[in-house]
Design a protein around this ligand. Structure first.
Ligand code: GLN
Ligand code: ZN
Length: 772
């Protein structure tokens, strides 16, 4: 029979219970035993929920207190040296994940170890801990979570399918422990494989039959040696284990990487949400004794499945393989989608139609079960569920809430000249120099100023209706005045309003646009215990009216210096949201681009001479496969230009990006054709600047002069050194002086001290040049 399966569940819990537990443990409010007890209760409820939903292969072992890759590192004894003195395994684990600082006591010395590096998990917004390995790394098996969790579920009468991070992904995603050292971490494979064999043996002894081994790296463009490592790993595990092995890849196409494992597994899981086209190529490869696990329900989004379509795909697989060789699954672990729509009482009440289009993890489990049942017993057996689903899919396809003909029409008719500025940069620069009259090395900031407790309290009061619109407005105006006066006093050249009215750079604009809505409980983990609640783009996007003009105009009225309007770019507005999956992203991004274009034009008309459009998400949106990069960069760059080109030559467009490793996409960034770009450069390594030796950046640029992520005040001397370094690479008439990102998480005293120093540095170099 076709089996309903799951690959992973949102471990953080229905109401982020895990977050509360671990944070209480970190702050010393609860003991280790309480934490474990709490976690067991959450796990038990999750297993039961899935069982009651009808999931037959319920995952265990994927439950994590911080990160699954970190779990794997610790369980194999890959503990970097700097954490080895921490003897309690749990404290050591959290120290690796988030660092540990403890003042000295009479009996113990001071502890101050930073966290291990964190990286984005494929193209999700989740971040994993990067394992560190020595060349001669020794591994040993310590308390495997998968065995513990399997037994815990068994004790509750629930038979689960243990999940492991696969050996090749584990090593491949890791890095050498010593900075500057380079060796192939896959060379450690012969050392970890015996531990996997042992782990599988322990699972078999505990009573497991299937085991799920995740090898998501199979969606990368892999070199031959990595494919060989996969082959070797699964050949060994197959030979030396009695368990049935399911190898899972997700988030993209596996292409011919699948050949590396296909002969050594009992089942293979692929993501047919991201790569439905691979079904036809994969079916003939599945041998008579093998199973294909179909990832049909999107594990990364919040929309209902198109059950008719999914069942159609699954029927094709069943026709080719037979019912006993097909599993139904989410595309990837459901840990990447929120818990349940049952908490979305507001959307349900205010917009029941939108509510009917939503499916979070619990609802996705139900979808998986319906698909499996349709295959086993025929569509008739689930006809009510299918009818309800078909009605919701149809309403979503045709609803005026999703389709705004005026917006569609405008996107379809965007004239060619709207995709770029009217004049080339040198012409615009002349006009801007004349109008703005900025000194050499102009100084500016990235937009936000300290979001003080007072600001947050007033915003909350206003949201709750305890502060009237008029009072809140007056408060925000006073904040803006404070920020403007401050910048005048410090002597900055291009001023900002400080963003006091914004809680978040995406959500704030989402509220001002049609097509966006907001969940109450749609949390997903970003890293560790930190969760985000992305806005939802469900319909065609259009402005409700001017979004920022009033604030920026007011801020400009307070000063004779140029004021910089501040907007979030189309790619970032989209990538940091749950995006509708019923039209191409390029189309959504163009819609946002047009809305922003109108705003930019309105700002210019209101007399705002500089407008910054932040695009920190462009780089992280890069597709996983190189072959897909150009298409993505083409439309994402085009949409930025669409947003920023409806204006005169003498209006200066700024953009900002929060990373310095943009070597990969240097050409695309240049193609944005912003007049000024400010970029993060906090590590102050020369990596960023090096690129200017080989590539020319022709427009104006401000690499961050100091790291805003720390309260440390940079001295004038150190910023001078950094600025002098920049001058070696960047022509002086193009160079700006600015911090490396927004200041919202900083306090006022350090902000003031740092910016005073920054202005002094710019003045010093101006004087130098004047003498020369
Ligand atoms: N303008 C935003 C700020 O200053 C930019 C934030 C960001 O780059 N993430 O806060
Ligand atoms: Zn930034």
């Amino acid at each position: 029979m076709v089996v309903a399966t799951n690959l992973g569940f949102p471990y953080v819990g229905a109401k982020r219970e895990l977050k509360k537990l671990v944070e209480s443990y970190w702050s010393g409010k609860i003991a280790e035993a309480d934490l474990h007890k709490g976690v067991q209760d959450i796990q038990a409820s999750h297993w039961k929920l899935q069982k009651d939903a009808g999931i037959e292969h319920i995952p265990s072992g994927e439950y994590t207190l911080y990160d699954r890759v970190l779990d794997t590192a610790q369980q194999f004894g890959a503990i970097p040296q700097r954490y080895q003195h921490i003897k309690n395994p749990l404290d050591q684990y959290f120290a690796m994940g988030r660092g540990l600082q403890k003042p000295a006591t009479e009996t113990t010395p001071k502890v101050d170890v930073p966290a291990m590096e964190m990286k984005k998990w494929f193209d999700t917004n989740y971040h994993f801990i990067v394992p560190e390995f020595e060349v001669d790394q020794a591994f040993s098996l310590q308390q495997p979570r998968a065995v513990e969790q399997f037994k815990a579920a068994k004790a509750l009468g629930i038979h689960t399918r243990p999940v492991l991070v696969g050996p090749v992904s584990f090593l491949y995603l890791g890095k050498p422990a010593k900075t500057g050292e380079s060796f192939d971490t896959l060379s450690l494979l012969p050392k970890v494989l015996p531990l996997y064999v042992e782990l599988l043996k322990q699972l078999a002894e505990a009573g497991a039959d299937w085991v799920q081994i995740d090898e998501p790296i199979m969606i990368f463009d892999l070199d031959a040696n990595v494919k060989l490592a996969l082959e070797k790993a699964y050949k060994t595990l197959k030979e030396q284990s009695t368990l049935k092995l399911l190898v899972a890849a997700y988030f993209g196409r596996v292409e011919n990487n699948v050949y590396a494992v296909k002969d050594f597994v009992d089942a293979i899981h692929l993501d047919f949400v991201r790569a439905p086209e691979e079904l036809d190529t994969i079916l003939p490869l599945i041998k008579a004794d093998q199973v294909l696990s179909l990832g049909l329900v999107d594990g990364r989004n919040i929309w209902i499945n198109n059950l008719d379509k999914s069942i159609g795909l699954a029927e094709k697989a069943v026709a080719a393989l037979g019912k006993d060789r097909v599993f139904i699954a989410p595309s990837c672990s459901l840990a990447h989608s929120p818990f349940s729509t049952s908490f979305e009482t507001k959307i349900k009440e205010i917009n029941p139609e939108l509510f009917s289009w939503l499916a979070f993890s619990v609802e996705k489990c139900a979808e998986i079960v319906v698909i499996a049942k349709a295959l086993n017993e025929g569509r008739d057996a689930v006809k009510d569920a299918l009818a309800a689903n078909a009605a919701a899919v149809e309403s979503r396809r045709t609803s005026p809430q999703t389709v705004n003909p005026a917006v569609r029409d405008r996107v379809a008719k965007i004239p060619t000249e709207a995709w770029k500025r009217a004049s080339p940069f040198p012409v615009r620069r002349d006009a801007q120099v004349k109008k703005l009259k900025l000194p050499l090395f102009p100084t500016t900031t990235i937009g936000s100023f300290p979001q003080t407790k007072e600001i947050r309290i007033n915003r909350q009061k206003h949201n709750k209706g305890e502060l009237s619109d008029a009072d809140y407005d007056a408060f925000i105006k006073a904040e803006m005045k404070k920020v403007v006066d401050f910048q005048e006093k410090v002597g900055l050249d291009v001023l900002v309003h400080g963003e006091p009215e914004r809680n978040d750079m995406v959500e704030h604009f989402g509220h001002l646009l049609h097509g966006y809505d907001f969940t109450q409980n749609g949390w997903v983990v970003s890293y560790g215990s930190r969760c985000v609640k992305p806005p939802v783009i469900f319909g065609d996007v259009a402005r409700r009216g001017p979004m920022t003009v009033e604030e920026i105009k007011y801020a400009q009225s307070l000063t004779s210096k140029p004021m910089k309007g501040m907007l979030t770019g189309p790619v970032t507005m989209m990538k940091w949201s749950f995006v509708r999956d019923d039209i191409p992203q390029k189309e959504i991004c163009s819609q946002i681009g047009l809305a922003l274009r109108d705003e930019v034009v309105d700002l210019e008309a209101a007399g705002i001479p500089c407008i910054q459009v932040d695009e920190p998400a462009i780089r992280e949106g890069l597709p996983i496969r190189r072959a897909d990069w150009d298409a993505y960069l083409d439309w994402s760059v085009a949409c930025f230009r669409l947003a920023t080109s409806g204006i005169r030559d003498d209006t200066q467009i700024h953009t900002h990006m929060c990373y310095s490793d943009f070597n990969d996409i240097f050409d695309a960034i240049r193609d944005l054709d912003a007049d000024v770009i400010t970029i993060e450069n906090s590590k102050s390594d020369e990596k960023l600047l090096k690129i200017f030796e080989t590539k020319q950046y022709t427009n104006e640029i401000g690499p961050g002069l100091y790291d805003i992520h720390s309260p440390r005040v940079p001295s004038v001397e150190e910023m001078k050194t950094r600025f002098a370094d920049m001058l070696k690479y960047i022509p002086e008439h193009l160079l700006w002086a600015n911090p490396d990102c927004g200041l919202k998480s900083r306090q006022w005293p350090e902000t003031e001290a740092a910016l005073i120093n920054l202005v002094e540095v710019a003045k010093y170099f101006r004087a130098q040049k004047a003498q020369a």
